[in-house]
Design a protein around this ligand. Sequence first.
Ligand code: ADP
Ligand code: MG
Length: 777
Amino acid sequence: KTVVEKIVRRISLQMRDQQQAWQESPEGRRMLEFRSNLPAYKEKEAILSAISKNQVIIISGETGCGKTTQIPQFILESEIESVHGAACNIICTQPRRISAMSVSERVAFERGEKLGESVGYRVRLEGMKGRDTHLLFCTTGILLRRLLADRNLKGVTHVIVDEIHERGMNEDFLLIILKDLLPHRPKLKLILMSATLDAELFSLYFNGAPIVNIPGLTHPVRTLFLENILEMTGYRLTPCNQVDDYGQERSWKMNKQAPRKRKSQIASAVEDAIRSADFKDYSLQTQESLSCWNPDCFGFNLIEYILCNICENERPGAVLVFMTGWDDISSLKEKLQAHAVLGDSKRVLLLACHGSMASSEQKLIFEEPEYGVRKIVLATNIAETSITINDVVFVLDCGKAKETSYDALNNTPCLLPTWISKASARQRRGRAGRVQPGECYHLYPRCVYDAFAEYQLPEILRTPLQSLCLQIKSLRLGSISDFLSRALQSPEILAVQNAVEYLKIIGALDENENLTILGRYLTMLPMEPKLGKMLILGAIFNCLDPILTVVAGLSVRDPFLTPLDKKDLAEAAKSQFSGAYSDHLALVRAYEGWKDAEVDLGGYDYCWKNFLSFQSMKAIDALRREFIGLLTDIGLVDSNTTSYNTWSYDVNLIRGIICYGLYPGICSVVHNEKSFALKTMEDGQVLLYLNSVNARETQIPYPWLVFNEKIKVNSVFLRDSTAVSDSMVLLFGGNLSKGDADNHLKMLGGYLEFFMEPTVVDMYQSIRRELDDFIQS
Ligand code: ADP
Ligand code: MG
């Protein structure tokens, strides 16, 4: 033991000497000065003493005050200087991959080191960690994986969970596990950090853990809402009647279905408000620009107008534009690049900031541009709290973010851009006042802001719990409902039951809630279980190529575009790809056509002609490669051969595999004289979205449709469906050896006689059982 101690001591001394030398060098001195001016630095002693006296502490402070970069360093430094030497092993989790990487790089840089010396990082499929690494930044997911093999976090001295105010599913999940672990590891320290939050909630959860608040400095920010922005351009926004109804809408919040209803009402209110404003301005005059106020797409023309105005008339300072996601950002970037002023690289440095950007691009975001050049950063809500760009003076806020929401009652999930909360809007606004007084353009009317929720609901309460339940099982954390009842805010019992029921029906859990082999493979694929199932079966049946496209297509924004003013043309374009009574197969055909066109012409014209989103096609292409990588990693595909494509042209097999993934998302097709009606067990009659290829048919020569998603607006609508036969349902549908699934089918069949002979059904069921055994083995 003494030998080990000596070595640790010697390494610490080396590290200390190195730090001293660095801090005495000119760059090091400048860096130390920068650091010591951060608000967090002034609380250094208070923080360290709170950590030494308590097992759990909570630190809150304004974004940019130095929590993420400084606090882990304080702990590291104090350990290096202590008499025992650096016996610490600090893990700091970040909700996103990109922040883990950029923060670790920044901290190493602040210490005058290379990454992988005392500071390292680890994210999925990548990392940099050395023998002397004592401070590791990683994604929350990575720490959860580590817990799989090492339940007690042996050797770890400090766990720092950052950005807890975001209330991500992984973070809430991790906190339950850590809370259970703390009594068994009395020396383990837990530090929770967040921007502004309801710190009391966390303190109560951890038996009254102390809260250290870092006071911060911010400058005033002038706030403009849409009406003020339009007034600047010489036009007035006249609120319409719907807007007056908000009082009533807010009271709907108590009601289960209220949030979605409220959101769609706000959306139409904005559209109406915009429409009733009298636009004559050059950038806002076309019908097309009005349709930009469609909830999925935010007035690009208005953004262009404001940016142009800032560049030409405003004082120096960077601009930060909050958009909903990567696809929006890249289309806007393309549009701006074509603009005379904004596309001029001598005057404007146009950058994107989102979760999947390259690290070279990342660095540019923090750098000051050359004199006279204005930096414009188009960002997702990642720039809301986890990344701080110092020189921002102007903020544009589209008011939306992509989030998943889930309604346990209808069991219907959706991933759509939705309105942010008041807290998020405040946070976005605050980004403009970091270094000097700033300005914030909210691209929506004040009345819409007033209707925002105060805080966003935690993810665990608004998304389906299927993946989380699988994870609980794979970490062997016991009964799912017991475990989740210990959460900071527990999900509804109904939501938990739905998830467990679903996992049983799809064969990921057995009757006793134990993980099956299929379930175990599904936990290794970071996607919704239904998508994972399709990939797995596609690989088993050597029919992967089209399935990769189907799964990728379900993971990106709908590649088939339907501009409001060219609806008919767009639907006609889509129907060229129909013929198989399947939106999924239509996508496969469209993608294959694009691939062919891409070889000669880049595929852009092809997309334009066929109303396809070029960005989505690109994204599908990238995802397909990623999926192959994942399947190779878990040993289901040998990427050196193409044998996994032997059956890729068998349309019926593809149909079957789609059914395997989407079941129990199934409805029966009931034909009448002129057309057909659709029914599901839970909802009765349902309708198809008009842009579905099946919506254009008068007859469907199959008794069933499987669908990816149903969304409740006024009626229940199905998005993306594929027609399947009885035998496909029997072979690839639910696990028919189980009573529940059997009932499900029988009840569905109640709407339509099951035409098959009982003996034929028996035969299929026995093949199905063999198939199940095969897949499970
Ligand atoms: P917090 O976690 O409290 O939001 P951070 O520790 O992330 O704050 O950032 C503290 C300060 O360090 C910020 O003012 C930010 O501008 C600066 N900073 C952080 N990362 C970088 C970077 N990669 N390059 C330059 N400055 C950075
Ligand atoms: Mg931070």
